[in-house]
Ligand binder design. Structure first.
Ligand SMILES: Nc1nc2c(ncn2[C@@H]2O[C@H](COP(=O)(O)OP(=O)(O)OP(=O)(O)O)[C@@H](O)[C@H]2O)c(=O)[nH]1
Ligand SMILES: [Mg+2]
Length: 241
């Protein structure tokens, strides 16, 4: 495979075990393809930061590290990573590799044809989800599809690849900094006619979740607030892009 001008963003909070388990394979993968990595860590209570610093110091040519403390969530980490990257393309994935690293090659191969490639866990028969997560996710995706007409089956998979130069223009209009950020981004992208490809990926829930229970109140509140501000946000984007 040809080298690709890509940065993979790795959001990290309390991931000591997964860093030990998977960081070496992720770094090897990035080195083989001349891909950049940015780990974005905040507010960990375990040794994640210390470990990431060690990996960064031993692999400065491939791994960058952004760290801060502000109590914000995964959305904030991804935004910071996308804005800090300087490559044409950017991606993010979970360091537990709940979507296996091998799917990256499939996503990379599509980057010159689509603006966004998203992992779709529900078109792949190898996906293994806990029943409660599956039901919550299906209900959530159904509501988003009905209200925003996105025609997307899986808005929330933590495995997404982008034309970074296009997405960086939208990302500052994404308000949520926790778990709703990628839904916002996808709805905005759809409305602005960016092309989105749903790549079937296998997925297995790991025990390392930081989202201990699916917060339906938070998600419904986010959906309603977003619905209310969507028209104005699109006007703002169109007048500034
Ligand atoms: N930097 C940063 N990373 C985060 C934060 N919250 C989650 N992450 C990372 O985002 C990834 C996904 O987090 P999970 O807790 O597994 O969430 P999920 O996979 O969407 O949901 P589950 O189905 O519960 O596993 C992990 O690699 C986390 O380390 C955060 O506040 N800051
Ligand atoms: Mg997870």
């Amino acid at each position: 495979m040809n080298d690709i001008d890509l940065t993979i963003i790795l959001p990290v909070k309390n991931q000591e075990e997964n860093i030990r388990k998977n960081m070496n394979s992720i770094i090897d993968y990035a080195k083989r393809r001349d891909i950049k990595l940015i780990a974005v860590e905040n507010d960990s209570r375990d040794r994640s930061l210390k470990l990431l610093e060690e990996y960064r110091n031993a692999n400065v040519e491939v791994l960058d590290l952004i760290t801060y403390k502000n109590g914000k969530g995964k959305g904030e980490a991804i935004k910071r990573g996308i804005l800090a990257a300087t490559t044409k393309y950017a991606a993010f994935m979970d360091i537990d590799l709940s979507v296996p690293l091998s799917y990256s090659d499939d996503a990379i191969a599509l980057l010159d044809r689509y603006d966004i490639i998203i992992g779709d866990r529900y078109s792949n028969r190898a996906t293994r989800r806990k029943l409660n997560r599956l039901v919550e996710s299906k209900v959530y995706n159904g509501i988003v599809r009905a209200l925003f007409n996105t025609e997307i089956d899986d808005h929330q998979c933590g495995f997404k690849f982008f034309n970074r130069e296009k997405i960086a223009k939208l990302i500052r209009y994404v308000k949520d900094d926790r778990w709703f950020f990628d839904t916002e981004l996808l709805v905005l992208a759809r409305r602005l006619d960016l092309s989105i490809y749903q790549l079937p990926v296998s997925y297995s829930d790991t025990s390392s979740s930081t989202l201990s229970s699916f917060d339906m109140v938070y998600f419904l509140k986010s959906i309603i607030e977003f619905k209310i501000r969507l028209g104005k946000t699109l006007c703002d984007i169109r007048s500034n892009v």
